[in-house]
Ligand binder design. Structure first.
Ligand code: ADP
Ligand code: MG
Length: 412
């Protein structure tokens, strides 16, 4: 081993093999990411790719090697083999990760009109994490095994595979063990380096304001003068006409007609199961009524029945995602939450605190009306009073509709 590691040609061979395998690996990753995103968006692509991926998984590496050797020669062989090994593995994992993304969070992203970039980093990225790690760990090991096997069959000049092949020809056991040790060391370092990059990718906070928001904000300030919290509300009542909604034969909303005026606050009260959430979802255009009509202005802020926060990120980031204004988010959250809670990941906050974050997100996001589904859950009487005062202060001429249980009524 010492003799082998001391020679200059050894390092040249290691460099060449590493380069080819790394190229195949990263090309496979990039292609898998692209194809999986395409498949998630268009099921036709998924259907078209599924037999190809099954084929890539089932055909023995040796058959690929021989065919590629006949067609293209030995030079790029190990890169192409790595590509073919990595592609189906990572593709399947990423696609599963994308499919497992919480549809409730995607609904939240739609309501608050999160830009595609924020959706990717703050909703899809956390969902991809376990799938990408498991796919990468398996692919990294397989990549080296099959890449070196391909080199031993194709024998490209000055590579690790050629070294192993020559050791075989000369029955040089020490050589075989030396080259094998080199491959093991390389694959361990390669895995560590790649996983470190992946760690960095998941820890990276790309920010969520972006140019789009900054431009919108400047345009708004030019129109209404700086410091105006919300654009003045134009005419825009919400009208329900004979709205009916049933689930499996059970009528939840029966021919409801109502008008909700701008600047007013409405309370929907009723026991659990009486249809409050269903009505708010119809008002937010998340559920289609079976019959009847709903007309409303274009944008709304919503506190959902669940908190629907990005759990790994702070209260400030969660509000900033919807508003694009970090300083404004900090200021508004400071009215309802203690300072030390603002920068902790939301999963570490108490139920009542998380509810207040969801409330601030709904009130601060630019909107023409606000729908709050049991916004006081988990809050004590003081917190409720604070939240109610905050809602009144930030209403800014918008329609606010609050749904809550009977037993919460006396709290507010
Ligand atoms: P509330 O918010 O007042 O507690 P909901 O609007 O959540 O009431 O539910 C009203 C009724 O509609 C309940 O009986 C519930 O089981 C039913 N329901 C709500 N959403 C669905 C759904 N997606 N599928 C089937 N039934 C539903
Ligand atoms: Mg409900």
């Amino acid at each position: 081993m010492l003799a082998l590691f001391g020679g200059g040609s050894f390092y040249a061979a290691v460099g060449r093999s590493l380069l080819r395998i790394a190229m195949g690996f990263f090309a496979g990753m990039a292609a898998a990411l692209l194809l999986a995103s395409g498949s998630r968006r268009f099921s036709l692509i998924e259907e078209f790719l599924s037999p190809l991926m099954a084929l890539a998984k089932a055909v023995p590496v040796a058959s690929f090697v021989v065919v590629l050797l006949i067609w293209w020669g030995a030079e790029a062989l190990s890169a192409v083999i790595c590509f073919l090994v990595v592609l189906p593995n990572i593709y399947i994992n990423i696609l599963e990760g994308l499919k497992s993304t919480d549809s409730k969070m995607l609904e939240m992203a739609r309501v608050f009109r999160l830009p595609a970039r924020s959706r990717f980093f703050y909703i899809y990225r956390p969902a991809l994490k376990p799938f990408l790690y498991s796919g990468m760990k398996i692919s990294l090991g397989m990549c080296w095994k099959s890449g070196i096997a391909a080199e031993v069959i194709g024998v490209p000049g000055g590579s690790i595979g050629e070294g192993l092949y020559l050791s075989k020809v000369y029955l040089d056991t020490a050589g075989v063990l030396g080259w094998t040790a080199a491959v093991i060391l390389l694959s361990v370092f390669f895995e560590k380096a790649v996983l470190h990059l992946v760690d960095r990718f998941f820890a990276w906070n790309p920010g969520c304001g972006g140019k789009r928001y900054a431009e919108q904000k400047h345009a708004k300030e030019r129109m209404h003068g700086a410091g105006c919290p919300k654009p003045p509300v134009q005419e825009g009542a919400i009208r329900l006409t004979e709205v009916t909604k049933a689930y499996g034969g059970q009528t939840v909303i029966d021919r409801l007609s109502a008008v909700y005026e701008p600047g007013q606050t409405y309370y929907l009260t009723g026991p659990s199961g009486s249809g409050k959430t269903t009505l708010l979802r119809i008002l937010a255009r998340l559920t289609e009524p079976d019959s009847g009509q709903m007309t409303a202005p274009s944008r709304c802020g919503v506190v959902f029945q669940e908190d629907r926060l990005c759990e790994d990120y702070s209260a400030v980031t969660n509000v900033e995602l919807a508003t694009g204004d970090r300083a404004g988010a900090e200021e508004a959250l400071g009215l309802l939450l203690p300072q030390e809670a603002l920068h902790k990941p939301c999963r570490q906050l108490s139920g009542g605190m998380r509810r207040r974050v969801a409330l601030v997100r709904a009130m601060e996001a630019e909107s023409r009306y606000v729908l709050l589904d049991e916004p006081f859950t988990g809050m004590d009487r003081d917190a409720c009073a604070g939240a109610m005062q905050y809602i009144r202060e930030r209403q800014a001429g918008r329609t606010v509709i609050i749904a809550h249980h009977f037993q919460n009524f006396n709290k507010i």
